[in-house]
Design a protein around this ligand. Structure first.
Ligand SMILES: Cc1cc2ncn([C@H]3O[C@H](COP(=O)(O)O)[C@@H](O)[C@H]3O)c2cc1C
Ligand SMILES: O=C(O)c1cccnc1
Length: 354
């Protein structure tokens, strides 16, 4: 816990000088002031995070945390838990949605086993960081111990520290874990204060008539474990997941290492919310990308104060919306590098007499 505390204490504000220089450059480019809207904001944010003008086209990674969930025993997911393991092999084979979109975005995909309920061969090309083989069924007992939650957070921290030393400037959150929308809903309800029924959705495709059962399971898990809303680690341990805790660690360490943290959908946002409750100093380092179909996503974004720029009715996870968002971020950086100024292009806008 001391390590997490000192990491949080090391998070610095953005470099406002780099941001101001970036804004000045954007205003000199051949376009009406501010007309590239969110692209301009993103370029300034990245400059402030990296502390440089102009920020380089960033090296990008998508860190995909994988783990299983004991609560799947309650019939809250459409697919069997074994799909988590099967999808890991799909990621390695390059055939999952996140493989396609990471390639498209030129982001390196790093798959991390934090708690998949199986034994992977040690030579499988993933990061082997298993804390335990899935969580316990949170309807009956705490999903995991506080010690395990902290160990999972540390997996995320260590991953980011390695990536920071390799020069990555942007990291996206990804996850795989059948049942994890149930855990995310519990975290979202406890940490936003919203009723469970407002933050539970169909996840990976349960039929509408099953949603009320999922609501009941989440309500009972919260009632049984009584997670303390003032203690985000307690919430992650009692009603969370190993991959969610690991993602929270990624968020904290990204901010501490001046790396932009790209959020995906509802599940990754539940990890961001937990990290935000640990320290709101992470906020300037966050980039929200898309709005998920899961009903609880907006509630989380409202608490943290983030506005996503894509709405594609996606509800897949894995980091898919996040890497799509990275392509927009790259576009913003290219504007800074490649657009001509008024002076360079000899464009002299006439002052309007309006
Ligand atoms: C084949 C398949 C691939 C996926 N990739 C991401 N998810 C998504 O669905 C899961 C969460 O939904 P729930 O809580 O309803 O299980 C997570 O693994 C999430 O990443 C998938 C789900 C499936 C079935
Ligand atoms: O928004 C998400 O992260 C999400 C939603 C449904 C299923 N998997 C992920």
């Amino acid at each position: 816990m001391e390590e997490i505390k000192s990491l949080i204490a090391s998070i610095q504000p953005l470099n406002y000088k780099a941001m101001a220089t970036t804004l000045k450059r954007l205003d000199d480019l051949t376009k009406p002031v501010g007309s590239l809207g969110g692209l301009e904001k993103m370029a300034c944010q990245l400059a402030g995070i990296r502390g440089t003008f102009p920020p380089a086209l960033p090296r990008k990674a998508l860190v995909l945390m994988a783990a299983d969930h004991g609560v799947t025993a309650e019939g809250v997911a459409a697919s069997p838990p074994a799909v988590t393991e099967q999808m890991i092999y799909n990621f390695i084979g390059g055939g999952a949605a996140i493989n396609v979109l990471s390639r498209h975005a030129n982001a390196d995909l790093i798959v991390v086993d934090v708690g998949v309920k199986c034994d992977f061969p040690p030579d499988l090309p993933i990061m082997h960081c298993k804390i335990r083989r899935g969580t316990d069924n949170m309807r009956q007992k705490a999903a995991m111990s506080r010690t395990d939650a902290i160990a999972a957070i540390k997996v995320g921290i260590t991953m980011v520290e390695t990536l920071a030393s390799q020069g990555y400037a942007v990291i996206g959150l990804g996850e795989m874990g059948i049942g994890n929308t149930t855990a995310s809903s519990a975290i979202a309800s406890v940490l936003t204060g919203k009723p469970v029924s407002e933050v539970v959705g169909k996840g990976g495709g349960i039929p509408s008539e099953r949603v009320s059962h999922k609501v009941q399971v989440v309500e009972e898990a919260i009632a049984h474990n009584k997670p303390n809303p003032q203690d985000a680690i307690d919430v992650l341990a009692k009603v969370g997941g190993l991959e969610i805790a690991a993602m929270a660690g990624v968020v904290l360490a990204a901010a501490a290492n001046r790396i932009m943290l790209v959020i995906d959908g509802f599940i990754s946002s539940s990890a961001v919310l937990a990290a935000y409750k640990l320290s709101n100093r992470i906020k300037p380092y966050l980039l929200a990308t898309h709005l998920s179909e899961e009903p609880g996503h907006q509630a989380i974004l409202d608490i943290v104060g983030l506005t996503p720029f894509l709405q594609l009715n996606m509800c897949l996870g894995e980091g898919t919306g996040g890497v799509l968002g990275m392509t927009v971020l790259d576009a913003a950086v290219k504007i800074l590098h490649e657009m001509a100024t008024f002076e360079e292009a000899k464009v002299f806008p006439v002052k309007s007499n309006l």
